[in-house]
Design a protein around this ligand. Sequence first.
Ligand SMILES: N[C@@H](CCC(=O)N[C@@H](CS)C(=O)NCC(=O)O)C(=O)O
Length: 264
Amino acid sequence: MALELYHHGSSVCAAKVRLVLEEKGLNWQGHYLDILAGEQFDPAYLKLNPKAVVPTLVHDGKVIRESTVICEYLDDVFPETPLRPADPVARATMRIWTKLVDEEVHPSVRPVTYVSTHRHTIMKRSPDEVEEHINSDPHPVWRERKRGWIHQGFAAPDVQVAIRFFAKLLEDMDTTLARSPWLAGDSYSLADGALTPYLNRLDMLGFSDMWSDLPNLTQWFDRVRARPSFEPALFKYLPESLRADMTANGRAAWPEFKKILAAA
Ligand SMILES: N[C@@H](CCC(=O)N[C@@H](CS)C(=O)NCC(=O)O)C(=O)O
């Protein structure tokens, strides 16, 4: 049963899938796409994933897209070490969190990541190459939003609302985690795996002050980081130079970030 994952080291959505693969102890083969260099726009990859995003899973030749769908697919096909609660109410709670990740958390992390760090990496190229990179995005709405993040940085129109969204998300997580150790109850589930890369993204950028006064969330993140799945899923495939760039760029972006949070 061959599992192949098209992924990238800093991609939160790919990390979400790698967490599931690690939690289940599955063997897989990786195809690394440098999404900052535009490798996701390769015509051969567009046939697998017409939205030009990672991850994509190929399982015995069958193509599965969308990270949340991929995680549930893996839990269906490899039910040992289940990552969805058996209780229907807890399972619904889990899905509320993973739905939130797809609908709001991920669309908010993209502007945060681009203006804090990715834009600096992309802007190292010539102006023509930067335009080519932006214009290659097949999704018209994301393409224009991306243009704003890269050229305008923190002044892009959708950035402030995304930053404030995270302040509210962290509080909501903390409130939930006051009642149970994991987001969907007593056991670790796909909900915890889905949120982990986003907390890690903020943490890597040096924004952990955002939850220093949220004890339940802090303890949850400590528990998540202590799991054997964390290090390989989040860091094994992240090139050292990219990790260093993200850390340095994030630190430099924090004052601007903090100003927006304070004005909320
Ligand atoms: N809804 C998709 C979103 C995938 C997505 O946005 N992936 C990002 C990395 S986390 C990507 O490939 N970005 C390419 C780009 O920014 O050009 C999923 O969950 O799989």
